[in-house]
Design a protein around this ligand. Structure first.
Ligand code: DGL
Length: 330
């Protein structure tokens, strides 16, 4: 019999650590109140999959996570992955920003060992909670050799998603996580089954590592609509090194906002056009002359992940062509 893998489960809070007054409270409950060991105690079956250790790194809703939280999680995970006695890591996390933490790890960790970020849409106390099965599945995925070398994963609702693509796309349903090109695979009865692999570069194939990284450049996001006033947009751009402008449709910019964004770019702010549709490609030099304005485009990335990608890219330089290449490669 082969030895069971050693999996570290890191708790950070969220609904998976939540508790409601009654079983009918599927959406109204307290978040981040159960310790990671209390959550793990609900799935003794997971001990058949792996040797488990746990630690409580944070205990807060993921809507509170800022760049410092991401760096703290990333540095801790990088640290434990370097240990011989750790074969994989599971991070329990609120679902609101799970895709951001997962993508940040996907771009910065330097290891082939599986890292799985998992949450739940209903707390363990609720009727038909997804907490126990999601966590069991996440441990199964982290413990399985087929999960090595494919970057950070998000497991939910029996699906395995790549951190690059997954987004939370529903506020309350169990079927909340969507990858525009589909999940990488499924988990069934404690065994992952993969049907495709991430095609964009990640982990060992990125230039970014968390070693010595003390902070991230300030990149902000502005949501575009016709009634957005130029002074409101200018104030968001005022102190940013980068600005993700979430335009309508194909990254369109209302005519009365063009001069504000062009002025920001002239001042050295890296302006990136994104789309508020949540799907599709924003084509460079498509609806706007990006080359002429010195603007960038996100390719197909959603604004919240484009923010992280640009922030990491800016840690290594600010040449426009190099920054644009990052959006095409990762
Ligand atoms: N407070 C939210 C969060 O931590 C709860 C959402 C959830 O975990 O499903 O992201």
């Amino acid at each position: 019999m082969t030895a069971k893998p050693n999996i570290l489960v890191i708790g950070t809070g969220g609904t998976i650590a939540g508790r409601g007054k009654a079983a009918v409270n599927t959406s109204a409950y307290l978040c981040s109140v159960l310790g990671i060991d209390e959550v793990l105690d609900t799935i003794p079956q997971a001990l058949a999959l792996a040797n488990l250790r746990s630690e409580q790194l944070l205990q807060t809703g993921s809507e509170n996570f800022n760049n410092e939280h991401l760096l703290a999680i990333g540095k801790r995970v990088a640290n434990v992955l370097a240990r011989q006695d750790v074969d994989g890591v599971v991070i329990t996390h609120g679902t609101d920003t799970i895709e951001e933490t997962a993508y940040f790890l996907h771009l910065t960790l330097k290891s082939v060992k599986p890292v799985v970020v998992v949450g739940s849409m209903r707390p363990p106390s609720a009727m038909s909670s997804d907490a126990a099965l999601n966590l069991y599945d996440a441990i199964a995925v982290a413990a399985h050799p087929s999960s090595r070398g494919i970057g950070t994963l998000v497991v939910a609702n029996s699906e395995i998603h790549t951190a690059r693509d997954v987004v939370k796309s529903n506020s309350f349903k169990l079927e909340a996580f969507r990858s525009p090109y589909g999940a990488l695979g499924y988990v069934i009865e404690g065994v992952p089954r993969y049907y495709r692999r991430p095609s964009r570069a990640h982990t060992l194939d990125t230039p970014w590592s968390l070693d010595g990284l003390a902070g991230l450049p300030k990149v902000d996001i502005a949501y575009g609509y016709g009634a957005l006033e130029s002074d409101a947009l200018a104030s968001i751009a005022a102190n940013a090194r980068g600005l993700i402008f979430v335009g309508t449709g194909n990254g369109n910019v209302a005519s009365h906002l063009l001069s504000t964004l062009r002025e920001a770019a002239r001042r050295g702010v890296h302006v990136v056009r994104a789309s508020r549709t949540g799907n599709g490609i924003v084509l460079r030099n498509g609806t706007q002359p990006d080359d002429e304005y010195g603007w960038l485009t996100v390719d197909d990335q959603v604004p919240q992940k484009a923010r992280l990608l640009l922030a990491l890219a800016l840690t290594q330089g600010c040449d426009t062509n190099t920054l644009q290449a990052a959006f095409e490669r990762y």
